[in-house]
Design a protein around this ligand. Structure first.
Ligand code: GLY
Length: 404
């Protein structure tokens, strides 16, 4: 199943079960929400509705939402982690309960995506000192004949220290060779694909839990990870989502596998983040963007490779189109973004990226001069790095590049 078919299968299934499709929103959280820098999960824009406020589209929703997670930054380069990814999601806003959500999820994986019964294993919240085990989920899976592992805090989901939260049930697919064996917590060949969260509580700033006025269900399934499983690939980068990048990048830069993955991931994320109206800067979202681009530039510069002037405009266009950010394209998802505050074209984005590259090179040049005047034998320890930053405006990551 290619990306387009996978998304259609998911959305059609939920549409047939009475869900309205909510368009993908910006990577920037809604106005007034400063709890996170970026949208990190499909439910983010729905937080007030999970807490009880009625949603204009009704009580059953589904979407494909672009997300950015910087918590995973250091893991990018392995087969599964991405900074920007898409999340397939479904929600019951005070409508059906967790058992129904799990039954539909199971049917979609089995009948819609054709996963064999023995390839599935699930985990369920087994209780802790604040709340009891999630008995409804346990019984539902037992009824469906799917093996269950009961776990603790790994099966509790929240989007931050406060707000809606609850026990979750995670669905794993066997990706190893031979007959499936062991359990999700004991064998990494069980890969988590889908999380169903029973939003029963709100966590208050003092850490206490209060029951929500109505139970909601929030599910999230990483699209690229699902595609990796459905397409039988060893990494997300080998799925059709990345095809144009996989074809072009090796012809521009001879990188090893890890470098290649970081470059592809970060450039793609850089394009999407700028597409949502962020500019590089030294604080907040702009700093996340700057770090992504500088990491790419560092890899290319240290390997004596040509820099980003080489990146064809087609890749910018493909990426914006894929994420539904393009002014003309339809995207592989569900159409255009809903925030129209920016009108960023592929050419504008290239301009921002090349401008950042110019700053990076200027900084290297300046850093080179400063470091060459440094007393012989001076160690680049914390205080020295702080001095170079505060007095000469040289960020530690630039000093690091120069000392490679
Ligand atoms: N909102 C559920 C998840 O991101 O796993």
């Amino acid at each position: 199943m290619n990306t387009h078919e996978t998304i259609s299968t998911f959305l059609d299934f939920y549409r047939e079960h009475g869900h309205e499709i909510s368009p993908s929103q910006s990577l920037l959280p809604p106005h007034g929400d400063d709890s996170v820098l970026f949208t990190t999960s499909g439910m983010h824009h729905l937080t007030p509705h999970l807490l009880g406020r009625p949603h204009p589209l009704g009580r059953r929703l589904s979407s494909v939402q672009r997300c950015l997670r910087t918590t995973d930054l250091d893991e990018v380069g392995d087969p599964t982690h991405l900074t920007v990814f898409e999340m397939l999601g479904s929600w019951s806003l005070g409508d059906y309960g967790g058992g129904q959500s799990l039954r539909w999820g199971h049917r979609l994986l089995r009948e819609g995506f054709g996963l064999p019964p023995e390839s599935l294993y699930v985990t369920v919240f087994g209780g802790d000192d604040q709340t009891g085990p999630d008995v409804e989920s346990l019984h539902t899976w037992q009824d469906l004949g799917v093996p269950v592992e009961l776990l603790g805090k790994d099966n509790w989901w929240s989007n931050g220290p406060t707000g809606p939260c609850g026990p979750d049930s995670e669905i794993f697919v066997w990706t190893g060779s031979g007959v499936p064996r062991d359990t999700p917590s004991t064998n990494p060949d069980w890969v988590e694909v889908w999380n169903h969260v029973m939003m029963r509580f709100e966590r208050l700033p003092d850490g206490s839990l209060v029951p929500l006025p109505r139970l909601s269900v929030d599910t999230g399934m990483g699209l690229e990870r699902l595609l990796t499983v459905l397409q039988g690939k060893d990494s997300v980068y080998e799925t059709d989502v990345f095809e144009p990048w996989q074809q072009t990048v090796p012809t521009l830069w001879p990188l090893d596998t890890r470098e290649h993955r970081v470059v592809v991931d970060h450039l793609r994320s850089g394009i999407v983040v700028i597409g949502d109206g962020v500019q590089p800067s030294n604080t907040g979202r702009g700093y996340v963007l700057r770090r992504l681009l500088r990491r790419v530039l560092t890899i290319l510069w240290s390997g004596n490779h040509p820099l980003l002037d080489e990146l064809p405009l087609d890749l910018y266009i493909h990426t914006l189109d894929h994420f539904g950010q393009s002014q003309t394209g339809t995207g592989t998802g569900i159409g255009t973004r809903t925030d129209t505050s920016t009108s960023v074209t592929p050419e504008n984005i290239r301009h921002v990226i090349l401008d950042e590259q110019r700053r990076f090179l200027q900084m290297l040049d300046r850093g080179h001069k400063v470091l060459s005047r440094r007393p012989r034998g001076q160690v680049l320890d914390g205080p020295t790095l702080r001095f170079l930053h505060e007095t000469h405006g040289l960020p530690p990551e630039i000093v690091e590049v120069l000392s490679l």
